[in-house]
Design a protein around this ligand. Structure first.
Ligand SMILES: Cc1cc2nc3c(=O)[nH]c(=O)nc-3n(C[C@H](O)[C@H](O)[C@H](O)COP(=O)(O)O)c2cc1C
Length: 190
């Protein structure tokens, strides 16, 4: 079975991106794959610092996330938008994960893996501008980022009490991204 790691780009408890990630994880399962929710709050990392890296290596929280990436076939990132880009906490995690790990020389948790992007915002654009940057970053790390993506605008009113997306069109937009991700991951897995 295809395994999808669902990664919200916010640590906030009631984050819209976490709510969208949970709704998307259900859609992953409806698409016949397995979803794992990864919370960056459970993977607290120091800000990347070359001196710290030289002294202590890659932090344990980053290694756990690296292992999670390696044990999944696909990555679904659900990001807020900060100042028309991605939040520092998400970029910092990506930066640590991109660093060489002495125990696995030459092995990248990103390379040749497939990813899909979702965003959410209380604003009308849904965080769409941040996805441009996120796509570029992940592609630069060797990920195959599928072209389908979805930006959830006006996220404050988007969720039904059970956590699903209230609007059928929005739910269908997210489902289309998820289904394509599972399909491409399945083909890559052979
Ligand atoms: C530093 C900062 C910058 C922000 N910049 C944007 C922005 O460029 N576009 C946008 O739609 N919302 C922006 N917001 C508002 C966020 O979309 C809003 O706080 C959102 O709830 C954060 O995501 P979360 O709910 O997943 O934690 C910004 C918020 C913060 C704290």
């Amino acid at each position: 079975m295809i395994r999808v790691l669902v990664l919200p780009g916010s640590t906030r408890t009631d984050a819209f991106s976490k709510r969208l990630a949970r709704a998307a994880a259900k859609l992953v399962e409806q698409a016949g794959a397995q979803a794992t929710f990864a919370d960056l709050r459970d993977h607290a990392m120091p800000l990347y610092d070359g001196d710290l890296e030289a002294a202590e290596g890659v932090p344990e929280a980053a290694l756990r996330l690296r292992k999670a990436m390696q044990s999944h076939d696909a990555l679904l990132v659900v990001s807020p938008e900060y100042n028309a880009s991605i939040p520092a906490v998400l970029k910092n995690a990506i930066d640590w994960l991109s660093r060489p790990y002495a125990a696995e020389p030459g092995v990248s948790p990103f390379k040749n893996k497939v990813a899909a992007l979702l965003s959410s915002s209380p604003g009308a654009l849904g965080g769409l501008r941040g996805l441009v940057h996120l796509r570029q970053i992940l592609q630069n790390l060797g990920m195959l980022v599928i072209s389908e993506q979805f930006a959830l605008g006006n996220a404050g009113g988007a969720f039904a009490p059970d956590g699903s997306l209230a609007d059928g069109k929005q739910a269908a937009g997210v489902a289309a991204v998820v289904q394509r991700l599972v399909q491409v991951a399945g083909r890559l897995a052979g």
